[in-house]
Design a binder for this molecule. Structure first.
Ligand code: NDP
Length: 239
C-alpha cells in the first residue's frame, strides 16, 4: 500500500481523486485548507468503503506550516504519490487586476507546489519509486481572457513539471501535469452556465471530476512508469 497526498482533497476534483486512489488500494491523505469538515467526510467515505485514509489541514502558501505538517506525516513513512491539486482563481481582465489577485493565485498553485513537493522529494527519491502529478488547466495551454494570473501560475507549473521530470527520471519517479478543461465543480459552477458549456466544448458537456480522477489514477499506477514530463489535457476536445 502506497501513501498518497492529494492537496485540495476537500474540493470537487480533489475529492474524486482521493476516492479513486483509495479504491486502487492506496492510503490517501486527504488535504484541506478551510474545509476540514469536507476532508473528514471524504475520509469517512473511504473508510466505510473499506479503504485507508486520514485528513490533514494546512495552507499550502505557508511554507513553515506546510513543512511542519509534512514532517508529521513523514514520521509514518515516505509519501510516494503527490497530487498537487489545490488551486484558486481570482479572475479579472488584466488592466483591472489587483496585485492581490495576481499574487494569491500564483501563491496557491505555484508556491504551493514548491512548498508541498520539495520537502517530500528526498524521502521519495530514497524509495526509488514515486509519482508527482500537478493539476494545471487548459488556460495554461491556450490562454483564457481574465485569467492572466491563473494561466501564468499553471503555465509555470508546466515548466516546473518538465524540469523536475528530468531531475527525477533516473530515480523511478515520474512527474506529469494534468490540464483539465471545464470540469463540473464549485470552481466552474460560477463561471459557466449549461448553454455556454454547450457552445464552448465540442463534446457539449462539462467533464466529471471522476474522469479527471481516472487519468490521475492511471498516471499514479505502475502502468504509467514510462510517462514523464508530459502535460496531458482532459477537455472534451476543447483544444
Ligand atoms: P475547488 O474550488 O472545488 O477546490 C479547490 C481546492 O483547493 C479546495 O480543496 C481548497 O481547500 C484548496 N485550496 C485553495 N486554497 C488553498 C490554500 N491556500 N492552501 C491549501 N489548499 C487550498 O476546485 P476544483 O476541484 O474545481 O479544482 C481543483 C484543481 O483543478 C485546481 O487546481 C484548479 O485550478 C484545477 N482546475 C479546475 C477546473 C474546473 O473546471 N473545475 C478546470 C481546470 C483546472 P479548502 O476548500 O479546504 O480551503
Amino acid at each position: 500500500m502506497k501513501r498518497a497526498l492529494v492537496t485540495g482533497g476537500s474540493g470537487g476534483i480533489g475529492a474524486a481523486i482521493c476516492r479513486r486512489l483509495a479504491a486502487d488500494g492506496h492510503h490517501v491523505i486527504v488535504h484541506a485548507n478551510r474545509s476540514r469538515d469536507k476532508a473528514e467526510t471524504i475520509v469517512g467515505e473511504i473508510l466505510t468503503a473499506g479503504g485507508s485514509a486520514e485528513a490533514v489541514v494546512f495552507d499550502v502558501t505557508e511554507r513553515a506550516a506546510t513543512a511542519a505538517a509534512l514532517e508529521g506525516l513523514l514520521e509514518s513513512g515516505p509519501i510516494q504519490i503527490v497530487v498537487n491539486n489545490a488551486g484558486i482563481h481570482a479572475d479579472a481582465v488584466f488592466p483591472g487586476m489587483s496585485a492581490e489577485q495576481w499574487h494569491s493565485v500564483i501563491d496557491v498553485s505555484l508556491h504551493g507546489f514548491f512548498n508541498v513537493t520539495q520537502p517530500l522529494s528526498l524521502p521519495m527519491i530514497r524509495t526509488r519509486w514515486g509519482r508527482i502529478i500537478n493539476i494545471s488547466s487548459v488556460a495554461a495551454i491556450a490562454g483564457n481572457r481574465g485569467q492572466v494570473n491563473y494561466s501564468a501560475a499553471k503555465g509555470a507549473l508546466h515548466a516546473a513539471t518538465k524540469s523536475l521530470a528530468l531531475e527525477l527520471a533516473s530515480r523511478g519517479i515520474t512527474v506529469n501535469a494534468v490540464a483539465p478543461g471545464v470540469i463540473a465543480t464549485e470552481m466552474s459552477d460560477g463561471a459557466f452556465d449549461a448553454e455556454t458549456i454547450k457552445k464552448l466544448v465540442p463534446m457539449q458537456r462539462a467533464g466529471r471530476p471522476e474522469e479527471v480522477a481516472d487519468l490521475v489514477a492511471f498516471l499514479a499506477s505502475d502502468k504509467a512508469a514510462y510517462i514523464s514530463g508530459q502535460i496531458i489535457s482532459i477537455n472534451g476536445a476543447l483544444i
